[in-house]
Design a binder for this molecule. Structure first.
Ligand code: UD1
Length: 431
């Protein structure tokens, strides 16, 4: 599938941000750790979430979507600790079921995760964490197996700050016998959200949001009702959309504190930013200024916003330097952006030198991954004429109603199944 769009309209108006996909993935895994019923609210309606829900259903839990954004899960009937359904390999967060099932049933077997194609994504730190809790881990035949007849507490020092590892060890450790300390833990808002959800189920986790997390294992967890935090990256993407299209966008239902790294970068580039209790407004009145961006673990600038800010910088005055320090292969989309007229070169694999141009021109490009795909759509909305972004299935993994929300802000964009739909769109706009 592809999006076809006609660029040039400044995006103006308000957009309501949904629940955080990356928090939701951890929260859903946590939900299987009790035999009581868990109700999760503010769940984003995106493909990655469907994949995880199906996997949870496949191992035997009862999963009921009781609204577009609400799900009720009861995991009492889980009959298998092997997760290997058709799609699970495609989402990175499948590994959360390893921590959750290992914690609850003392063993688990999950297909080795895939995920976005943004560089090698090892799971050595996850396995090191499970081993510190007394588990044995084996990777064979495409599966990760973990087993711990006696799951105890442990002391884990992470070699890299890893969101996934931090959440996974938390999941396994909450039901372990004893105390666990995770040092050099990730501090991302979704780490805190998963910890809050587990605590609302009776877990004892302290320090989430700092780099030392202490967990005292408990005997069992109970049911809860939990509402997921707003999606920092969805919000940031619409903030960048305002900057790229010289628009005026208010993102609503957000936690402005989680957006500070993005807001301050956009401000440096010349955007006017106003913060409200649960909203942030971005106004871009003139061409952006160049700047430097370096991705870092939270509270640094998020790697998942790197492509979107780079698109804004590709239209800014002067030369910008973007350093990607989390993933090694996250600039592939720049070749696609070059088709629209951007001028950028990548040095040493992780530094992009971007010379701002005054305009993009419409082109056919393809989305290499989730966030880069969204960034290419923003570029198309700024470009003169018509653009087509192919492979938007990637975008659907993480953005709910992307085209609809953009249209409400004044974008001319449609989902197209085939070339005929693209032609129809072009004809209707005399392109
Ligand atoms: C999560 C997010 C992803 C985001 C990333 C960084 C989810 C589902 N995905 O991914 O959108 O881009 O955080 O904010 O929440 N690493 C190791 N060994 C490991 C684990 C990680 O070396 O065992 C390295 C990775 O290669 C990477 C760095 O640690 O260089 C950070 O990765 P990590 O925070 O684990 O990313 P994910 O949790 O997979």
């Amino acid at each position: 599938m592809r999006y076809v769009m006609k660029g040039g309209n400044p995006l103006v108006g308000e957009v309501v941000i949904g629940g955080a996909k990356n928090a939701a993935l951890g929260v859903l895994a946590a939900a299987v750790m009790t035999d009581e019923t868990v109700v999760i609210e503010n769940l984003p309606d995106v493909w990655d979430i469907d994949v995880l829900l199906n996997a949870i259903r496949d191992v035997g839990a009862v999963v009921e979507r009781i609204g577009r954004h609400t799900v009720r899960i009861n995991a009492r009937s889980i009959g298998s600790v092997t997760v290997n359904n058709e799609f699970i390999k495609k989402i990175r967060a499948s590994y959360y079921l390893l921590g959750a099932l290992l914690g609850k049933y003392r063993r688990a077997s999950v297909a080795l995760p895939g995920g976005c194609n943004i560089g090698s994504r090892p799971i050595d730190q996850h396995l090191k964490g499970f081993r510190a809790l007394g588990a044995t881990t084996v990777v064979e035949y495409g599966m990760v197996n973990a087993e711990a007849p006696h799951l105890g507490g442990g002391h884990v020092y992470l070699d890299v700050v890893s969101v996934g590892t931090t959440i996974n060890i938390m999941l396994a450790a909450v039901l372990a016998d004893g105390n666990t300390i995770i040092e050099n833990a990730a501090k991302e808002p979704h780490v805190v959200d998963v910890a809050s959800m587990l605590n609302s189920m009776g877990a004892n986790i302290k320090g989430a949001g700092t780099d030392v997390i202490r967990i005292s294992g408990v005997q069992k967890l109970h049911g809860t009702e939990y509402s997921i935090i707003p999606d920092q990256i969805e919000a940031g993407t619409y903030m960048a959309a305002a900057a790229v299209t010289m628009g005026d966008v208010t993102v609503r239902n957000v936690i402005p504190k989680h957006l500070e790294a993005i807001s301050s970068k956009l401000m440096e580039m010349g955007c006017e930013i106003s913060e409200f209790d649960d909203a942030v407004r971005v106004v871009a009145k003139k061409r952006m200024n160049h700047t430097k961006v370096k991705t870092l673990p939270y509270p640094g600038f998020p790697t998942d916003m790197q492509p979107q800010i780079s698109v804004a910088l590709a239209l800014a005055c002067g030369t910008s330097i973007v350093t990607e320090s989390i993933f090694e292969n996250r600039f592939k989309y720049l070749d696609e952006l070059a088709r629209m007229g951007a001028s950028a070169k990548v040095e040493g694999g992780n530094i992009a030198v971007i010379d701002g141009v005054t305009r993009f021109t419409g082109a056919e490009v393809s989305a290499p991954d989730l966030r880069a795909g969204a960034a290419l759509v923003l570029a198309g909305l700024a470009a003169d004429g018509c653009s087509v972004v192919e492979d938007v299935e990637y975008i659907m993994r993480g953005y709910e109603s992307f085209a609809e929300k953009l249209r409400e802000l004044g974008a001319e964009i449609r989902l197209a199944d085939n070339d005929k739909d693209v032609q129809k769109f072009k004809l209707s706009r005399s392109i």
